[in-house]
Design a protein around this ligand. Structure first.
Ligand code: NAD
Length: 295
């Protein structure tokens, strides 16, 4: 059993922390929203009320925060994790953030003699609840091996992607595929509607043909074919359009700085930006089909 400090108890962080509790770890959690922190309190779970108190006296600190600036603040701010973590504490950031921030925080941690991993996830809120997330991990091999048994309580696939920041590199590449493929699947279903083809028939055919992909078979953007997809509950998130836009922008920034061409990723970022600006930032990203359909 490990003592774990978990910071950021939102859509993803809370079920991840709850899975650590179920596995028998002692988890203390903190979120700026007290209502979220309170949901962790119960058998084995406590909510000490600050980053400082949550990161002190534990074996492992895990963070699950919205974006790079939050991660920099929580780790590098006054009374942040790096200032209070005891020697030997393992630090794991599972937020999706820019590679540069991930490497800056890992560097600062190393400067204090603390091992840090970037370990973003794929699998959504469903994967967080069922403990079946994929973790893509950047950082030293030894730290990865220490983290693995902890991550296995929250995920099914745990991959070491290389040195610091490489977990984030894998994540933004993956999500660029996801953003582009969700728009492609949405365009195909809207075209099918206009051609008089039943969406269920398109699903039955394409899910077994060369158009098959996760955006279709797990997260189908039309109601019916995949009962668990957000399309069946008015596109309630899930993974919000704003989060998808964030990841597509991260991919574009990374492509620009690495000199890689990603024109479809650029188009996907523009389309999601328009969708978000239409007032749908908090809607699930698969709701993009409504935008593609034109309302
Ligand atoms: P969320 O907004 O639901 O949760 C983030 C939480 O962090 C919020 O509860 C917020 O109050 C808290 N927070 C913000 N600043 C804080 C601070 N300084 N100290 C403590 N808590 C703070 O977001 P989420 O959907 O849980 O996503 C978290 C991260 O995981 C993001 O980086 C996202 O891109 C990534 N992610 C999300 C999904 C998904 O399906 N939702 C999937 C994969 C990855």
């Amino acid at each position: 059993m490990a003592r774990i400090g978990f910071i950021g108890l939102g859509n993803m962080g809370l079920p991840m922390a709850q899975n650590l509790l179920k596995a028998g770890h002692a988890v203390q959690g903190f979120d700026v929203s007290t209502a979220q922190s309170d949901k962790l309190v119960g058998p084995g779970g406590t909510a000490p009320g600050s980053v400082k108190a949550t990161a002190a006296g534990v074996d492992v600190v895990i963070t699950m925060l919205p974006a790079g600036q939050h991660v920099r603040d929580v780790y590098m701010g006054a009374d942040g994790v790096l200032a209070v973590a005891a020697p030997g504490t393992l630090l794991i950031d599972s937020s999706t953030i820019d590679v540069e921030s991930a490497r800056a925080v890992a560097n600062a941690a190393q400067g204090r003699g603390l091992a840090m991993l970037d370990a973003p996830v794929s699998g959504g809120v469903g994967g967080a609840k069922s403990g079946t997330l994929t973790f893509m991990v950047g950082g030293a091999e030894e730290a990865f091996e220490r983290a693995r048994p902890i991550l296995e309580h929250m995920g099914k696939t745990i991959v070491h992607a290389g040195g610091p920041g490489n977990g984030q590199a894998a994540k933004i590449c993956n999500n660029m595929i996801l953003g582009v493929s969700m728009i492609a699947v949405s365009e195909a279903f809207v075209l099918a509607e206009k051609l008089g083809l039943d969406p269920q028939k398109l699903f039955d055919i394409s899910s077994k043909s060369s158009g098959q992909c996760w955006s279709m078979t797990t997260y189908c953007p039309v109601p019916g074919p995949v009962p668990t997809s957000p399309a069946n509950r008015d596109y309630q998130a899930g993974f919000t359009a704003a989060m998808m836009l964030k990841d597509l922008k991260l991919a574009q920034d990374a492509a620009a700085s690495a000199g890689a061409k990603a024109p479809l990723g650029a188009d996907a970022a523009k389309i999601y930006a328009q969708y978000v600006e239409s007032g749908e930032a908090g809607r699930d990203f698969s709701g993009i089909i409504r935008f593609v359909r034109g309302g």
